[in-house]
Design a protein around this ligand. Structure first.
Ligand code: 5GP
Length: 195
């Protein structure tokens, strides 16, 4: 098991409805030394990519993406959830259905901060059905930016998002892939990945 799988096995809680709760170190209280390690690990995995910007979606991606951006020495930009329908053309927008909240958000990124010269690393905490990543991909594409890769902390491999994104040809790296989890026993099974 890698450092993250060990932490999930120790502190993750399996909830009914295919939800993995990691709020003691990732989603509510945050273990900052772990965030540093996550930042370093994504830097190691994408060392060959000439990243100019790290992009994520609010709220839970922000802290992780900040640590990743720190390692690359580049800015981090987060897509904002916006209720405003009064868009003035200065924003890239996408619709994102929330897996945890079951609602649809419009997410926006200012055109000022993303352009065709950018080479993007997209970061998020979880990958389930892939709606959040698809929204970020749509925004990067609308900007003409090049998506160098996508980095996920925890992928739920039994949901469709990971396969869909890999089938689109993107380089997707997940630090932990959960292939099965059982809310009754609390058991979590990780997919074997090469170190
Ligand atoms: P997707 O858009 O891929 O369906 O879901 C990804 C988003 O839903 C993530 O940004 C994350 O906030 C949330 N999410 C999905 N599954 C889980 C889960 O099992 N546990 C937690 N804590 N968040 C999740």
């Amino acid at each position: 098991m890698n450092f993250l799988e060990e932490r999930i096995a120790k502190d993750g809680i399996v909830k009914p409805g295919n939800v993995l709760k990691v709020d003691s170190f990732l989603n509510h209280q945050m273990d900052i030394l772990l965030m540093e390690e996550i930042g370093r690990e994504f830097k190691r995995r994408f060392a060959d990519a000439n990243i100019t910007k790290v992009m994520t979606i609010e709220a839970s991606g922000i802290c992780i993406a900040a640590f990743v951006a720190r390692e690359f020495g580049v800015p981090m930009i987060f897509a904002k959830k916006s209720k405003s329908v009064n868009l003035d053309g200065e924003m890239y927008t996408a619709q994102v259905e929330s897996f945890t909240h079951k609602n649809v958000n419009q997410v926006i990124v200012s055109k000022k901060f993303l352009g065709a010269e950018d080479r993007i690393l997209i970061i998020d905490d979880f990958l389930a059905n892939g709606c959040a990543l698809q929204g970020l991909i749509a925004i990067a594409n609308a900007a003409g930016a090049k998506i160098e890769g996508l980095g996920i902390v925890i992928e739920k491999g039994f949901q469709v998002g990971g396969r869909a994104i890999r089938n689109m040809g993107y380089r997707l790296e997940s630090l932990a892939i959960v292939d099965a989890m059982d809310a009754q026993t609390g058991a979590i099974t990780f997919r074997h990945q090469e170190a």
